[in-house]
Design a protein around this ligand. Structure first.
Ligand code: MF3
Ligand code: CO
Ligand code: CO
Length: 277
């Protein structure tokens, strides 16, 4: 794996890890990330028993347009929606449609916006009303796994350190790590090098350097890690139908640690923990 200054790199995934300018690129990513996170904040009060997932996608698209951005997923590899909405045993890439959420569901909503050319990519879990304890526990573990992964990020650490932090914590809590999907470099390009695996061995993989920007987005299952893709070509579900959860942040490596671009402006990073009345 080698590195290239983003300013000199072609606008595509060359397989090299781009080193971005810590001022201009990080400012652009912060603005895009805060907009994406604000979109997820806006959806908190819209999630209730009976809400149709297509309606949530409509609200997200309108929010993105109203804030001068574009939804990155529309027309991305033939996808047509602003968000991916993945309830219960759907791992990721659930397609919004006419399905209604119901009391007790847990659901991931993933949105990516393009603001001034920068991609802000983030997802969170939401609970619909009262959620079963085991579902609540899975969401808590998945959020904690994301944050433990992010906590390893600093110059000199490796991507194996990051993957190991997530995997060792998840498996100690007796949940499994999905292998088929990973995080990715992010910036002016939606899915760039490197792949960010959510499992690994300490010290292995590429070394982190200031100016790298990528997502961390672990998917954890209560049951086995196996994945099945439905006939629509997108929807990824757990093979054993067990519950799955995911959280995603876009981050940048700084001189002495990490900057999270997609923290919730409203403090709703874990909205399922809020007691709503
Ligand atoms: N936002 C997703 C990610 O975290 C990608 C969705 S691609 C789509 O990388 F086409 F399904 F929208
Ligand atoms: Co992503
Ligand atoms: Co995403």
């Amino acid at each position: 794996m080698n590195f290239i200054a983003a300013a000199e790199a072609p606008m595509r995934n060359t397989g090299q890890i781009k080193i971005h300018d810590p001022e201009t690129a990080f400012a652009g990513m912060m603005a895009a990330g805060q907009l994406a996170a604000g979109c997820l904040d806006m959806l908190v009060s819209e999630i209730h028993d009976g809400v149709v997932t297509g309606r949530l996608d409509d609200l997200a698209r309108q929010y993105v347009f109203d804030h001068g951005a574009l939804p990155a997923c529309v027309f991305y590899r033939g996808y047509r929606h602003t968000t991916c909405i993945s309830p219960n045993h759907v791992i990721c890439h659930g397609i919004p449609g006419d399905k209604a959420l119901k009391e007790g569901d847990i659901v991931n909503i993933d949105v990516t916006v393009i603001l001034d050319g920068w991609h802000g990519d983030t997802s969170r879990m939401y609970g619909v009303g009262e959620v079963p304890r085991k579902a609540e526990r899975l969401m808590d573990i998945t959020y904690e796994a994301l944050m433990r992964g992010i906590a390893t990020i600093k110059p000199g650490a490796t991507l194996g350190d990051l993957g190991h932090a997530i995997q060792s914590y998840a498996e100690a809590e007796r949940v499994s790590v999905v292998r088929e999907f990973c995080g990715h470099g992010v910036g002016r390009i939606f899915h760039d090098a490197p792949n960010i695996l959510h499992f690994g061995k300490p010290g292995e993989g590429p070394e982190l350097k200031p100016g790298m920007m990528f997502t961390v987005e672990p998917m954890l299952n209560i049951g086995a890690p196996g994945v099945k893709i439905l006939a629509d070509g997108w929807t990824a579900v757990t093979k054993d139908k067990s519950l799955s959860a995911q959280y995603e942040h876009s981050v940048g490596v700084t001189e002495n640690g990490v900057q999270i671009f997609t923290k919730s402006p409203a403090g709703y990073d874990k909205p399922h923990a809020m007691k709503r009345t």
